[in-house]
Write a protein that binds this ligand. Sequence first.
Ligand SMILES: [Mg+2]
Length: 325
Amino acid sequence: MEEYSNINSKNRSLDSIMGFIVGDALGVPAEFKSRVQLKRYPVTDMVGYGTHNMPEGTWSDDTSMTLAAVDSINDKHSVDFDDIMIKFAEWFGQSKYTATGVFFDIGISTSSAIRRYLSGLPATKCGGNNVRDNGNGSLMRILPFVLYSYYQQLDRNSESTLIDNASSLTHAHEISKLGCRIYCDYIKAILDGQNKVEAFNNLKMIDYYKEYSNDSIKYYQRILDGSLINEPEEKIKSSGFVVDSLEASIWCVLNNNNYKDTVLKAVNLGEDTDTIGAITGSMAGLLYGYENIPKEWLAKIKSRTYAEELCNKFNEVIKEKSLNK
Ligand SMILES: [Mg+2]
C-alpha cells in the first residue's frame, strides 16, 4: 500500500486532466514505436518531433477531444451531446482545442462519427457499432464525463446511460462502452480515496452482467478477476484496441509508485503510446496529484494556461448542485 494520498486535493479535475495531458504529450513523439525499439532507446523525458514532427509538449487528439467535452460542459452547465459533437467538429474542421493550432491525428471511427453527425444523424447514434470499431477512441476522451458523474452524484442507472451515450458519440459497440464503464468505476474508487490496489480489487465486486453481455465481459477478464496485477510485461499488449489500452494503463498504475515512473512505463510499452500515456496519466494524476507531475514537463506543455483555465472552471461547474441530471 502506498503511503502518499491525494484525497485532500481541492482540484481533482486539474490533477486528473493535467495528468492526462502530460501523459499524452509524452507519448506523441513515440507513437507507433515498438516496445523493442523503446527498450533500446527509451523515452525518459518530454521531447519534441519524432513520429508526428510536433514540438515538445504538444498534445494530440485524446486531449483535444477531452478539452472539447470540458469546454462544452463549462458552457452549458450540463452534458449536451449535440454541443459536444459540434465542438468535436470544430476541432476536426478548424483545429480548435489543438495545442499549437495544428490538427495532426484522428482515428477512423472518430472521423466517421463526426461526418455522420454533420450529415444529420442524432449525436448518440453516430458511433460505429461494428466489432472493428473498438479502438480506444471513446475511452481516451471519457474522463470529463466520469468526473461529472462523480461530482453530480449520479445514481448507477443515470451514470450508465451517461457513460454509454458519451462513448456512443464515436464508439457504440458494447466492448467500448464497457471499457469506459470499468475505467469510470476505477477512477471513482480512487476519487473516493481507495488506493490503486484496493480500487482495482474492488472492480471484482461490481456486477456488470446486468448491463453487458458475457461475450463483452470476457474481454476484460484479467481486470475483473484481478489477475492483471501479476502479469509480466510480455503479457501486456499496448495496442489501440480498447481492451489492450485499458489493461496496459491499469497495469502501469498498479506496478509503479509515482507519477513520473507510471507514465514513462506506459509510453515505453510502445505502439499507442500517447493514448496509453494519457489514460495512465489521468489515473496517476489523481493518485499523486498535480503537485507531483514533474514541473519541467508541465512547463513544456503548449497552451498549458488555456488547458488549466478550462480545468479550473470545470472543477467549479461540475460541483454545482443545481445542474440538470
Ligand atoms: Mg492521440
